[in-house]
Design a protein. Structure first.
Length: 99
């Protein structure tokens, strides 16, 4: 069964500069394995060495955060949309000096 995976800009080079690709799998874990087979190196950007999702990568299935679903065991069905969203950090800090 095929799902549509939205690829974020920082990972598009690995995915052949595509913003969206198709992948197979009945679960998110199988989908990520399918992505790795087609686009080597993508899985290491998404998962830790132990196989769990990296903390700084958010993954959504049809708009729902998989961390609040079943994580990598989240079931997928044909036509689902998987979105990969790297966390954004940073900002401007203020430093106050007292005289």
């Amino acid at each position: 069964m095929s799902v549509n995976v939205k690829i974020p800009t920082p990972m598009r080079k690995i995915a052949g500069d595509q913003d969206s690709v198709s992948a197979e799998g009945g679960t998110l874990r199988e989908c990520i394995d399918s992505l790795e087979a087609s686009y080597p190196g993508l899985k290491e950007r998404l998962c830790e060495d132990g196989g769990e999702l990296r903390r700084f990568v958010n993954v959504y299935v049809n708009g729902d955060d998989v961390r609040f679903l079943q994580g990598l065991q989240t079931p997928l069905k044909a036509g689902d949309e998987v979105s990969i969203v790297p966390a954004v950090a940073g900002g401007v800090g203020c430093i106050f000096f007292m005289a």
